[in-house]
Design a protein around this ligand. Structure first.
Ligand code: LLP
Length: 384
């Protein structure tokens, strides 16, 4: 079930991230073949994992980048992404960040508000440039995922609401250093039910009609990211169903001639290739259930603490009969746990524990809380 040979990693200091580079390559190839069938353009969302080796493997395969900060724009360029394939989103772009993006002539700013459009126009004007923008429109679609990671409903801070559009299109024609090229959407993350994407397509078709009626040309549609992965049974679905995902957009979006469709995939490209490897420090008696206290914590993987996220956990060492444990970290916070009531073979001090599906929003969200060190990453193709 696990791709890790514990003999090969037994001398490595725990905790650490482990990346299965073969699985990453296979996943990338699948995204490529399935998206190219329809001429779709895929931008990898750096926020999911910006580890340089991962960034490089993805850029080597010709993908674009989806960035949400000035530093991500710089990181993408340093790691081989063509500026002409970089899109830049975010509700709070600082002036220095916008300037970085302008200096590198990125492809497109995904704009999230009217004031932001004015600022980009002023900064572009100061540089005698014309910035290409897509309007991030809030499609007001609710999806079944954790409320912290839904983004496409009206009361959310993200995107421009439909009722703001009349004012906005009047403004945009006056802004001479901005060129409107597209519409951008993103409805949330870890979306497993393709119906949500179906609803998004139908909504995009309606919104697109509104723009046509206003005589505004839209060259590009960016549908964002959000395709989920199987956290419950990662072994059963190591590669998400990209085939049906892309086919759905192809069959439902009503595109104008020559219109390009862009995607911003993060989690689905990298989520299953990474694990957090940690060791059991102590097994402690609890009232109803014993605690397996491990040396990794919410400083390495905050998802369970922040979103009550489920990650499959395996004991890579023990072959003993199963018992139930709360698997917890060493940080001084009650929220510092990886799993509650987890079925594991009888667990003892020194056992290797694998927290699976950590390739996305794991290493990138790590912190040094409790003055801990950031941990290292190891790669399957380098450990022999
Ligand atoms: N595009 C935009 C505008 C986004 O906000 C996001 C993610 C993506 C693309 C990529 O979405 P993905 O394909 O990875 O679902 N830390 C949370 C997830 C936050 C997602 C933020 N936005 C987690 O650990 O679940």
């Amino acid at each position: 079930m696990s791709s890790i040979d514990t003999k090969l990693v037994q001398h490595i200091r725990t905790p650490f991230f482990y990346y299965n580079m073969d699985l990453l390559s296979e996943t990338i190839q699948k995204v490529k073949t399935e998206s190219e069938k329809y001429g779709f353009v895929v931008h990898y969302a750096l926020k999911a994992n910006s580890n340089p080796k991962i960034l490089k493997l993805i850029s080597d395969n010709g993908f674009g980048a989806d960035c949400v900060s000035g530093n991500e724009v710089l990181k993408a360029i340093e790691n081989g992404y063509d500026p002409d394939k970089i899109v830049y989103a975010g509700v709070g772009k600082s002036d220095w960040e916008i300037n970085i993006a302008l200096d590198h002539n990125i492809y497109c700013f995904n704009c999230e508000s009217v004031p932001e459009l004015n600022v980009i126009n002023d900064l572009a004007s100061a540089k005698n440039k014309v910035a290409q923008v897509a309007l991030r429109i809030n499609p007001n679609i609710n999806v079944q995922t954790h409320h912290y990671i839904t983004t496409g409903i009206e009361e959310n801070k993200f995107g421009i609401n439909m009722w703001e559009l009349y004012e906005l299109i009047e403004l945009i024609v006056k802004l001479k250093n901005i060129k409107l090229i597209g519409l951008h959407f993103h409805i949330g993350s870890q979306i497993r039910d393709l119906m949500s994407f179906k609803n998004l397509c139908l909504r995009i078709n309606e919104i697109q009609k509104w723009f046509i009626n206003q005589n505004i040309d839209i060259e590009e549609i960016n549908v964002g990211g959000g395709l989920g992965i199987n956290y419950e049974k990662p072994w059963a679905e190591p590669i998400p169903d990209f085939s049906n995902y892309f086919a759905l957009f192809d069959s439902l979006l009503e595109l104008l001639p020559g219109q390009k469709v862009h995607f911003e995939l993060g989690r689905s490209m990298v989520g299953q290739c990474g694990s957090l490897i940690t060791k059991v420090l102590y097994v402690k008696k609890g009232v109803n259930i014993d605690f397996a206290i491990v040396d990794g914590g919410m400083t390495e993987l905050i998802r369970p603490a922040l979103y009550q996220a489920y990650h499959n956990i395996e004991n890579l060492t023990s072959k003993l009969p199963k018992k139930k444990y709360d698997v917890v970290g060493p940080i001084c916070e009650s929220a510092d746990y990886f799993g509650k009531s987890v079925d594991l073979p009888e667990t003892n001090r020194g056992d290797f524990i694998e927290i699976q599906s950590c390739g996305a929003y794991g290493e990138v969200m790590a912190s040094t809380y409790n003055s801990r060190n950031l941990v290292k990453a190891y790669y399957s193709n380098e450990i022999k």
